[in-house]
Write a protein that binds this ligand. Structure first.
Ligand code: ZN
Length: 236
């Protein structure tokens, strides 16, 4: 038995996920995207369906999880994915960090969801008036561990300085685009999944004013199609 197979079995055992047929039970990325768009309409109009929040659902999930999307979103308390997309228990694999950046810990979590839970869709979601992006755009000295986080956002801020319009809102969008590209090219786990069309990565911006999610234009579906891009090199 290869070490890769052993790691897979160990990971599956840890999360209680059955390996056989797990992929067959998951919808396509496009179907999940349609569901998230519908759920966001529920949120924006305050006509929630509150799916998958019963005691029965909770009991079902005790034997394993099969979330249909991974959401990398800002830790901001106003941007909770289950509420923004009207989802329930076991639906979303959330990875939340200020500024929705992808450091090693975030990438490792996303790899786990993509490789072992087979989530077909990964959404990178930033938001209007993001405090982390605002801090990265300001000249003040950051305290504690914050400088290392802001350093991941600053390339987006610097690019936004050359654009017309609101600096922070432009930087929010560019930061999402950068992280989407970084994750699509991330080796050794995510890029092959993207190339085999087993994982779709999309960017989104949440509006605090309206509750609506705006989906960013999707990049080419193969990492080979984005070779030569001018964005920062993807982290391993
Ligand atoms: Zn934020």
């Amino acid at each position: 038995m290869t070490s890769a197979v052993v790691r897979t079995l160990v990971a599956a055992a840890l999360c209680g996920t059955a390996l056989t047929g797990a992929e067959d039970r998951l919808p396509t990325a496009d179907a999940v995207l349609r569901e998230l768009k519908a759920g966001n309409d529920h949120h924006a109009t305050k006509r929630y369906q509150h799916p998958h929040q019963t005691a029965e659902r909770q009991r079902e999930l005790s034997s394993g999880q099969h979330p249909h999307a991974t959401i990398l979103s800002c830790a901001d308390s106003r941007v909770a994915p289950e509420i923004v997309f009207d989802q329930g228990l076991g639906d979303l694999f959330d990875v939340r960090v200020a500024g929705n950046v992808a450091g090693d810990a975030e990438i490792a979590s996303i790899e786990y969801a993509a490789e072992h839970l087979h989530t077909p869709l990964l959404v990178v979601m930033g938001h209007q008036k993001c405090g982390a992006v605002t801090a990265a755009a300001e000249a003040g000295e950051a305290q504690g561990h914050l400088p290392s986080l802001l350093a991941l956002i600053r390339p987006a801020v610097e690019k936004a300085r050359g654009q017309s319009g609101d600096l922070v809102e432009n930087a929010v969008r560019i930061n999402i685009e950068n992280v989407v590209r970084q994750l699509r090219l991330s080796k050794p786990v995510l890029a092959p999944l993207v190339d085999r069309k087993e994982l779709q990565v999309v960017g989104a911006v949440y509006s605090l004013d309206t509750g609506k999610v705006t989906w960013l234009p999707q990049a080419p579906t193969s990492t080979s199609e984005v070779a030569g891009c001018v964005y920062p090199r993807a982290r391993g």
